[in-house]
Design a protein around this ligand. Structure first.
Ligand code: SAM
Length: 275
């Protein structure tokens, strides 16, 4: 961590989800799950007081950190001039800028963890590995299987881009201040090429439509699109039209989204006046 003298009396900011990890054993274990080495480019989101940064730095990787708190960013810069410190909101970061293979890690602030993960899995051109500490319930949603209570839009979206592995749970006692919830560490590994989602736009469109009404039957949610082709698709997939969004696997969602999206586009194109 940043030496205490350099840190001064930093008051944790609740608005930025500042629950700092003070247990060195846990910090080391999380950093090790990324398997960083001098061959890697690593980006850490929310380095805070440097609990993970210190271990990442020791690995000799090319290290970049993204911190929204200007005060902490300045101190990190002062203490570790070899680390590239970017002062900005991770929600506004352009993941597409990360050319080449990148490993991304973070003990993420609870309030923005899901949107950060949503964007980075889809937009980082070549995510080599990701390790994130997040609220335990969010970790369960990320890794959830179809049919389970935790399974939802976030599960489908993330599992359409990466393989999720739940590594371990972390209790509140290792943080200062202590959060009210348990945390968990997850690891992302990219899907093999043939399983990777080529165009995320259809899925991005379909998921909110389905999961805003997750207790509704799919035949009702999809009523505006229902026809013989769609009915045949449900039969092919061995799904009843009465099933609910949580019963479809990520692959089935991807296939359904592509079909409906294409249909939407051709309907809109047909409605265009001839030039
Ligand atoms: N990595 C440190 C640790 O493990 O002790 C700090 C983790 S703390 C849970 C979250 C960190 O993310 C804080 O340093 C906070 O200032 C930073 N942060 C909060 N919101 C952010 C955002 N939108 N973009 C970038 N950093 C953010």
């Amino acid at each position: 961590m940043i030496p205490n003298a350099a840190l001064g009396a930093h008051r944790p900011k609740r608005s930025l989800g500042q629950n700092f990890l003070h247990d060195q054993g846990t910090a080391r274990k999380i950093a090790a799950a990324l398997e960083p080495s001098s061959a890697h480019h690593v980006l850490e989101i929310g380095p805070g007081q440097g609990a993970l940064t210190r271990w990442l730095r020791d690995s000799g990787c090319a290290l970049h950190v993204l911190e929204k708190d200007g005060e902490l960013a300045a101190r990190l810069r002062e203490c570790w001039p070899d680390v590239s410190v970017i002062t900005m909101d991770a929600l506004k970061f352009h993941w597409r800028k990360l050319h080449g293979p990148w490993r991304i890690i973070g003990n993420l602030p609870y309030n923005v963890a899901s949107p950060i993960i949503w964007d980075l899995v889809a937009e980082t051109p070549h995510l080599e590995r990701g390790v994130f500490m997040i609220q335990k319930e969010v970790a369960q949603r990320l890794a959830a299987s179809p049919g389970s209570r935790s399974y939802g839009a976030l599960s489908v979206w993330v599992q359409s881009h990466v393989q999720v592995r739940n590594l371990f749970t972390v209790g509140p006692q290792v943080f200062h201040p202590r959060p009210k919830v348990d945390s968990a560490v997850v690891r992302f590994t990219p899907l093999q090429d043939q399983k990777r989602l080529l165009d995320p736009a259809p899925l991005r469109w379909l998921l909110p439509l389905c999961f805003q009404k997750r207790r509704k039957q799919l035949k009702n949610i999809l009523r505006p699109f229902w026809d013989d082709t769609l009915s045949a698709w449900f039969q092919e997939q061995d799904l009843r039209p009465e099933c609910r969004p949580e019963n479809l696997s990520p692959r089935q969602f991807q296939d359904l989204a592509r079909r409906l999206f294409l249909r939407r586009i051709s309907a809109n194109t047909a409605a265009l006046p001839d030039s």
